[in-house]
Design a protein around this ligand. Structure first.
Ligand code: NJP
Length: 230
C-alpha cells in the first residue's frame, strides 16, 4: 500500500541486513536496499516483491554522492523513510601490524564515516517529518575493547555516534537504537563460526526495537550467543 512504512537498509546484500529486510517485509515494510553487490540486491528486491515493495540500489556507503543518491531514490520511489538501518560494515584480522594501511582506510571509511553519511543523507527528511527511527549496527566489540582490533575501535565510534545522535534528537520524536551483536554466522567471517547467532536473531532484535510504542526508545541491544564468553 502507498502509505506502508519504509525502511532503508545499508549492507542489505547479505547477512544481518538481508535477514532484516526479509523480517521487515513480513511486517509490511517497503524496503530500500543498499550495498555494492547490485546483483544480490536485485535478487533480494525481487524476492521481496520488487517495484512497489522493494528497490535495490548500488551504494558504497563511504561515498557521499552514493548516499545522497540513495536517499533521493527512496524518496522518489516511496515518498518517505521511516526507519534507517545503518548496518554496512566489515572487519579484518586483529593486530596493529595486520592487514594493510589501505584495508584500514577502507574499514574506517565504511564502518565510521559510512554510518555518519547515512545519517547525514537521511536526517533532513526525518527532521522534516518530525519522526522516524535510526538504528546503527555497532557490536559487542563496540562495548569492550578487543586486543589489537582496529575493527573494535571503529565500532566504539559507532556506539558513540548512536549516543551522540540520540542526544541531538532528544527534543524530537525521532528514535535511535544501537544494535550490538555478538558473533553472528554471516559472510562477515571467511570461516563460518560455530556456536554463533543466526542473522535472523539480529533481525528480530531490530524488529523488536522498531515495534515499540511511540513513547519508548530502546537505546541499545547487546545480544550474544549463549556460549560467547567475552
Ligand atoms: O556481514 P556481511 P554481517 N558500502 O558481510 C556491506 C556487524 N557485525 O551481516 O557492499 C556499502 O554478511 C556488504 O555488501 P557489499 C558488521 O560489522 C557483525 O555480519 O555488497 N555496503 C554486506 O551487505 C556489520 O556492520 C557481526 O559487499 C558495504 C554488508 O555490508 C554488520 O554487522 C558481529 C560496504 C556486510 O554483510 C553487518 O555484517 C558484530 C560499503 N563500502 C557486528 N562494505 C558478526 N557477523 O559476527 C560492506 O558484532 N558493505
Amino acid at each position: 500500500m502507498a502509505d506502508d512504512r519504509v525502511m532503508l537498509i545499508t549492507g542489505a546484500s547479505s547477512g544481518i541486513g538481508a535477514a532484516t529486510a526479509r523480517a521487515a517485509a513480513q511486517e509490511g515494510y517497503r524496503l530500500v536496499l543498499a550495498a555494492r553487490s547490485e546483483e544480490r540486491l536485485r535478487d533480494l528486491a525481487g524476492e521481496l516483491g520488487g517495484g512497489e515493495r522493494a528497490v535495490g540500489q548500488r551504494c558504497d556507503v563511504s561515498v557521499w554522492e552514493d548516499q545522497e543518491a540513495l536517499t533521493r531514490t527512496a524518496l522518489d520511489r516511496f515518498g518517505r523513510i521511516d526507519v534507517v538501518f545503518a548496518n554496512a560494515g566489515f572487519g579484518g584480522s586483529r593486530g596493529f601490524l595486520a592487514e594493510s594501511p589501505e584495508q584500514w582506510r577502507s574499514m574506517v571509511e565504511t564502518n565510521v564515516l559510512g554510518a555518519a553519511y547515512t545519517i547525514r543523507a537521511t536526517l533532513p527528511h526525518l527532521r522534516e517529518r518530525g519522526s522516524g527511527h535510526f538504528l546503527l549496527t555497532s557490536s559487542v566489540a563496540g562495548r569492550r575493547v578487543l586486543p589489537g582490533s582496529l575493527y573494535s575501535v571503529t565500532k566504539w565510534a559507532v556506539t558513540a555516534m548512536g549516543e551522540a545522535l540520540r542526544q541531538e534528537l532528544a527534543e524530537t520524536d525521532i528514535k535511535v537504537t544501537l544494535i550490538e551483536p555478538g558473533m553472528v554466522d554471516t559472510p562477515f567471517f571467511d570461516e563460518r563460526p560455530s556456536d554463533a547467532l543466526a542473522d535472523e536473531d539480529i533481525a528480530r532484535t531490530v524488529m523488536f526495537a522498531i515495534s515499540q510504542p511511540a513513547r519508548v526508545d530502546v537505546n541499545e541491544i547487546l545480544v550474544r550467543p549463549v556460549h560467547q564468553p567475552g
